[in-house]
Design a protein around this ligand. Structure first.
Ligand SMILES: CC(C)(COP(=O)(O)OP(=O)(O)OC[C@H]1O[C@@H](n2cnc3c(N)ncnc32)[C@H](O)[C@@H]1OP(=O)(O)O)[C@@H](O)C(=O)NCCC(=O)NCCS
Length: 254
């Protein structure tokens, strides 16, 4: 019995041939930017000028956020323990989760589900916050430890608007921010994850790709942190948080 070939629709390769989604790698090496190729490989088609500009802005927005984010500390900690560059970067990527970087995924899921509901975005946003409160959940993509206004958010939305690409998801995202302030009395700004979630939703990307955008963007930052740790710091330095206290069981006997 002959075994059937399994199928892939991403890249066609053969001796001397590499075609990404049908386009020769040598052509796209010359004619497309990295952001355009990321769009092509994820969406399957070439981006318009507007989509290319937005994809570039998304990938630049999250490239780094200093040495304090958990993923940077993760990459540095693995490097500091005497491991290789690939282990350090993998360590940093593993730290990305639902509350750090990965919030894009859940935020886009929520926006894509709720943007389909009838009514103006303000009413939909109000219902969403009531639902979240009732279920004691946080709204992913809102709130920031440092920024009262995340500068990346306004810029992303401005680029989207300038290219005529601002749709119902971005409108809903902004309505959620206003409704959160009204209903919680707190400033919970749209963070970069929430803004990216809204933009990729308006661009028609599946929310399940959400974490991927952050990972693609942040890996150069993680590489820079791992390399700096490797070349500038002594091994196994104290990279931990400020002095901490032990509050587990005291000394005891078996
Ligand atoms: C990012 C984040 C961890 C920053 O939190 P923080 O500024 O340290 O604030 P805290 O975790 O101390 O929360 C303070 C209060 O605001 C509320 N809050 C914070 N973010 C909230 C959100 N996204 N939705 C609803 N309420 C939120 C908390 O419930 C808490 O309320 P309480 O005091 O009544 O319990 C937090 O805003 C969050 O979890 N956001 C959602 C996940 C997210 O978007 N992550 C990506 C970050 S770039």
């Amino acid at each position: 019995m002959t075994q059937e070939n399994w199928k892939t629709g991403i890249t066609d390769i053969g001796p001397g041939k590499i075609r990404v989604k049908g386009y020769s790698i040598t052509d796209i090496m010359e004619k497309l930017s990295y952001a355009e190729v990321v769009y092509l490989i994820l969406k399957g088609e070439l981006p318009s000028k507007a989509e290319a500009a937005l994809m570039n802005a998304i990938l630049v927005a999250s490239v780094d956020h200093g040495a304090s984010p958990p993923s940077a500390l993760g990459a540095r900690t693995v490097m500091s323990g005497g491991n290789s560059l690939n282990a350090a970067i993998a360590g940093g990527v593993l730290v990305i989760g639902d509350t750090h970087g990965g919030a894009i995924e859940q935020s886009a899921k929520i926006m894509q589900e709720w943007a389909q509901k009838d009514g103006d975005v303000a009413a939909v946003a109000n219902d969403l916050i009531d639902w979240m409160k009732e279920h004691k959940k946080r709204i992913p993509g809102f709130g920031h430890r440092l920024h009262k206004v995340d500068p990346r958010t306004g810029k992303l939305f401005e680029i989207a608007r300038r290219h005529g690409f601002s749709g119902r998801h971005i409108d809903l995202c902004q309505a959620i921010e206003s409704a959160l302030a009204e209903k919680t009395g707190r400033v919970l700004p749209i963070n970069v994850d929430g803004a990216i979630a809204a933009v990729i939703s308006d661009m028609g990307f599946d929310w399940r790709l959400g974490k991927g955008f952050f990972i693609i963007s942040r890996v150069p930052g993680l590489l820079a942190h791992a390399y700096e740790e490797m070349t500038r710091e002594r091994p196994m330095r104290n990279l931990g948080p400020p002095p901490f206290e032990y509050d587990g069981p005291g000394e005891r006997e078996i």
